[in-house]
Design a protein around this ligand. Sequence first.
Ligand SMILES: Nc1ncnc2c1ncn2[C@@H]1O[C@H](COP(=O)(O)OP(=O)(O)OP(=O)(O)O)[C@@H](O)[C@H]1O
Length: 331
Amino acid sequence: MSKLLQVQNLSIEYASPRGVVKAVDNVSFSIGKGEIFGLAGESGCGKSTTAFGICRLLRPPARLAGGSVVLDGIELTELPDEQFDKLRWSKMSIVLQSAMNNLNPVLKIRSQLMDAIVAHEPDAGKEAAKRAEQLMRLVDLPADRLDSYPHELSGGMRQRVVIAMAMAMKPSLVIMDEPTTALDVVVQNGIIRKILELQEQFGFSILFITHDLPLMLEMCDRIGIMYAGRLVEIASRQEMKSGPRHPYTQGLLHSFPPLYGPKRRLEGIPGHPPDLIRPPGGCRFHPRCARAMTQCSSREPAVLADERGQVACHLYNEEGLSVEQASAARE
Ligand SMILES: Nc1ncnc2c1ncn2[C@@H]1O[C@H](COP(=O)(O)OP(=O)(O)OP(=O)(O)O)[C@@H](O)[C@H]1O
């Protein structure tokens, strides 16, 4: 699968009165064309900051501290604002948790959809009005809702409008940060089905962020697991289901009831994520890790990349074997 997005060593910091919060620390991953890539991890691990860094929505006190973001061959971090604005919506769009953060409360839906189109196609004229109606149909909303203000729509309808807006310029990447979290389960289901239907129809890639790991395991092709600002594992959905390698990923997946098969005890992960101003040395997960070894507190694990994905953990050697497998192979 050819790559659409390549994030390399992305680092983002927040200045705070207590010190610098290293919210995203040397994060690297890529997303293929037409791929749905999920980003998971406990609250505060840096998922939204990563997404905001990619689409240049960071505002002070956040600061891009380093790294590169390449979308379809274009380095985004160095692009002048004017050129970046042209690219936003047309090549990359974002759907946030609260539709109200995406919509202007004092403008009717019609104006907002038409503005999004005309901003990129100033000559669209009457065509823009027709396109706004088509976009409403695309997300199963009646065209007469174009004359509503956002507050006149339900939460689910507003989120559909935001998705329609995100589709307006047929972008190649859609970033979705908790797109359904604020909605009830039934409405959530409808929106997720719509997102998947549109993705199938148009073939765009998705960076999908959610706390809902079972949902992520259902809909994402590959999943990256973040812990305390770092990416600790990337694996395909199948690998994640059958045998995640990082002890943090294992703990995270055991914190949710399984969707299928026999019930099992929910184990959870003891302790709390660290303070990102003074994170622990070595592997940041070591104070909570049941399998921590001496080196875990002193040495940062290298990122091992192999056919199963990538993992940053001292339990695995360069062949991707765990310490147990390696010692069994030696005997
Ligand atoms: N304005 C800010 N000033 C200081 N620190 C911040 C600020 N915004 C976020 N942070 C810190 O940056 C870290 C990453 O936050 P971020 O919102 O990206 O995490 P997240 O994984 O998306 O969390 P959630 O799942 O709760 O949305 C957190 O430790 C958070 O406390």
